[in-house]
Design a binder for this molecule. Structure first.
Ligand code: GLN
Ligand code: ZN
Length: 730
């Protein structure tokens, strides 16, 4: 017997990012809203058709969006922020997401532990949900009429929608009101013929207090009463559900669970409490957020164990989460070597795998898993001498109080980007490109000296992207041509693949750094991307535990650190902006991750001499819960984003008794505004109110790559003045 298959979400960007291109043409005024709607409808329908033709029984509708599915749900229930209410419908969605001249955009934040960002609903006491134009119904009917396919409408569930919202409101009152509208929606869809309606409640995988489970119980009991005919499919993903058996008692038709993230826990739960015979189980057996072929042995093991307690007719196979998080198709990857291609499965290929698993044509021995070579076994290494002694060993730098520096990158002109593209295409000779890069370095070393910065950088002109640059030079990483994934709005990223063991082959940054250092007597910081950030912004192989990959990357970066040191570079910065992103959703899993991340950073940085200064940089992080990790990393200096956070950040550092050097960013590099001397001295005073002067460094929030040369020069001139003023006061 063939098991039923389902998809719980599919990429919306199209095979060649038609979605992104359409949106951006519309925003530039090149195509009308109607034209855009027409183009997007084509993508929507062709995605449904493709999944149906792959043999998937239950194909989602409503996972598609003109921007973001959380924003869609907000609009569906008429919950848009007050300030946008009067805008015409065609402008409203994009205005909320992107802002207008007069109206600030709504906040955007990360969707659980993915790199997808959703628009945060803003609710308050006045919020009155009311079902609006029902695009779900429209799209459901459209697929039925135009393609003859009975799709499965998909929508974020009421409890998750409220949990992800911000603002002051009475949770229970609003939930009650919202449930009335969800009930109407379920009835409309059921009346139109929908066989199942999927409501996503990923909030169930977070650490919960009882209130979440209680809200879920109340919500789904209420929905059953108001929509007795609807077939309700409660879907979760990104981990296991604490107290899963409580869902068994609810009047649900299908429960969808992630059997990849949290696999062991789920199998244990299914063993402990029998899955109810009156419900179907939609089992997420294929990893929906990584790009590798599924390990057949693993899938077989999971399915067989589940079939021991769930009847075949009640089991549906599906990806572990929406395929939104993987690229669309391998079809266009003509440049990858065949041994890499053979390890990969993007969205379309995953559906093919799923269908094959459901038909139970197990082809033993073809498994993607490979023999594991031993992981580097190491204790957590350290710097040999404590920070206080390193400070003495580092006095040779002769730095003033409040040393002034930058985070690494300087502006990249149109000319530079063009030259790099030409060079990559083979249209510009290596020597010509290198010569150009050297000119840029020389120019900016001179400018930094004129500005009177204390610690200089070479500017990162040779790099297009801080992960890609290292990925291209390390063995074991590869790049796709078309492996795009939506990050936020129309913005897509193309993460590299870590497909094999990582090897450092030869120096990656020596040439530029040593050249820069040769031009000045001031210290030039070597600039590297840290192991965790490289891994977090890539698709990491799955046939090894992730910590092996972290440590392999760490060893590679360590070799680079040592070769810089050997070449006379005495300050080395290892950036870890993504380190906090990796923090697991559940508290119980966080310690292991922190241990691994710290160890990886220390493998990379701890073998230098005490007189060599290690810097690190983090941005976009909230540090309140990460202090122990940051302390343990034991960098001599950390620079962090500070200008947009509200003081509590530094309190975290002082309360924790952070003893090493720290550079709280004194201005926001994301804005073209030139910060005044006064506001930057104010930032420094704020820092001085909680931290001792001898620890403080002065720097911007982040790299300056996206700013114009003129903006950077003016801002840095003010920044140096601010440092001088504060020095004079102390
Ligand atoms: N060194 C990098 C730069 O300046 C750091 C970038 C980042 O933190 N994202 O561009
Ligand atoms: Zn940064």
């Amino acid at each position: 017997m063939t098991l039923k298959t389902s998809s719980i979400g599919y990429p919306r960007i199209g095979e060649n990012r038609e979605w992104k291109k359409g949106l951006e043409r519309h925003w530039k005024g090149e195509i009308s809203y109607d034209q855009l709607a027409k183009e997007l409808k084509e993508i929507r329908l062709s995605s449904i058709k493709k999944q149906h033709e792959a043999g998937i029984d239950l194909v989602p509708v409503g996972d598609f969006s003109m921007y973001d599915h959380v924003l869609d749900a907000t609009l569906l229930f008429g919950l848009e922020p007050e300030r946008f209410r009067d805008l015409p419908n065609q402008e409203k969605r994009f205005a909320i997401a992107r802002g207008t001249k007069e109206l600030p955009a709504a906040e955007m934040t990360k969707w659980f532990n993915t790199n997808y960002h959703y628009i945060v609903p803003e609710l308050n006491e006045e919020s009155k949900p009311q079902l609006q134009h029902n695009h779900l119904l429209e799209w459901y009917l459209e697929a039925k009429e135009e393609l003859g396919i009975d799709t499965k409408p998909v929508l974020i569930g009421p409890v998750t929608l409220l949990k992800l919202s911000k603002g002051q409101f009475d949770q229970q009152k609003l939930l009650d009101r919202l449930l009335v509208e969800y009930g109407k929606l379920l009835n409309e869809l059921t009346k139109a013929g929908a066989s199942f309606i999927q409501l996503d409640e990923p909030v169930l995988v977070l650490d919960q207090d009882e209130s979440v489970m209680n809200d879920i119980k109340k919500s789904y009991q209420t929905l059953r009463e108001t929509a007795p005919e609807a077939s309700i499919w409660l879907q979760t993903y990104f981990g296991s559900v604490e107290g899963l058996h409580q869902l068994y008692e609810l009047p649900l038709d299908v429960i969808g669970l992630d059997a990849v993230d949290g696999e062991e826990k789920l199998l244990a739960q299914l063993k402990a409490n029998h899955f109810p015979g009156n419900k179907k189980l939609a089992l997420g057996v294929i990893n929906g957020r990584n790009v590798w072929k599924a390990d057949e042995k693993r899938v077989k093991k999971v399915v067989e164990q589940v079939l021991a307690s769930v009847d075949q007719s009640h089991l549906i196979l599906q990806p572990s989460c929406s395929l939104l998080h993987v690229p669309v198709t391998l079809k266009n990857e003509t440049d990858l070597s065949s041994d890499i291609i053979h390890k990969l499965a993007f969205a379309d290929e995953k559906l093919v795998e799923l269908k094959r698993f459901a038909s139970r044509q197990w082809s033993e021995g073809e498994s993607a898993g490979r023999e594991a070579t031993g992981a580097p076994v190491l204790n957590v290494p350290d710097r040999r001498v404590p920070y206080e002694e390193r400070v003495k060993a580092q006095q040779h730098f002769n730095l003033p109080l409040f040393p002034v520096t930058t985070i690494g990158s300087f502006p990249q002109s149109v000319e530079l980007r063009q030259k790099r593209r030409d060079w990559k295409k083979g249209q510009l000779a290596d020597e010509a490109f290198q010569h150009f890069i050297r000119e840029q370095i020389a120019k900016w070393i001179r400018l930094q000296e004129e500005l009177n910065l204390d610690v200089l950088v070479h500017g990162e002109f040779e790099r297009n992207d801080m992960v890609e640059y290292f990925g291209e030079k390390l063995e074991g990483m590869a790049f796709t041509k078309n492996g795009w994934v939506q990050s936020y709005g129309s913005r897509c990223v193309k993460p590299p693949l870590i497909h094999d063991d990582i090897w450092w082959e030869k120096p990656m940054t020596l040439e530029e750094t040593v050249y820069a250092q040769s031009l000045t007597d001031k210290p030039v910081k070597g600039m590297l991307t840290g192991p965790i950030t490289i891994a977090k912004w890539s698709f990491v192989r799955e046939d090894r535990p992730s910590e092996h990959v972290f440590y392999q990357l760490a060893h590679a970066i360590r070799q680079e650190v040592l070769s810089l040191e050997k070449a006379g570079i005495r300050m080395i910065q290892v950036d870890e902006p993504a380190i906090r992103e990796g923090l697991p959703l559940k508290k119980a899993d966080q310690d292991d991750y922190i241990h691994t991340a710290v160890k990886a950073f220390r493998i990379a940085t701890s073998s230098v001499q005490p007189s060599t200064q290690i810097h690190t940089h983090m941005c976009y992080s909230s540090f309140e819960d990460s202090m122990p990790m940051i302390s343990d990393m034991d960098a001599d200096v950390i620079s962090i984003e500070f200008s947009r956070s509200h003081g509590d950040l530094l309190t975290a550092f002082s309360t924790h008794g952070y003893q090493n050097g720290i550079g709280p960013g004194v201005y926001d590099i994301h804005s073209p505004r030139i910060p005044s001397v006064k506001e930057m001295t104010a930032q420094l005073h704020k820092a001085l109110s909680v931290l001792p002067a001898k620890l403080l460094w002065v720097n911007p929030d982040c790299g300056l790559k996206t700013r114009s040369g003129q903006e950077v020069l003016e801002a840095l001139e003010n920044m140096v003045q601010a440092a001088e003023q504060v020095r004079a006061e102390t």
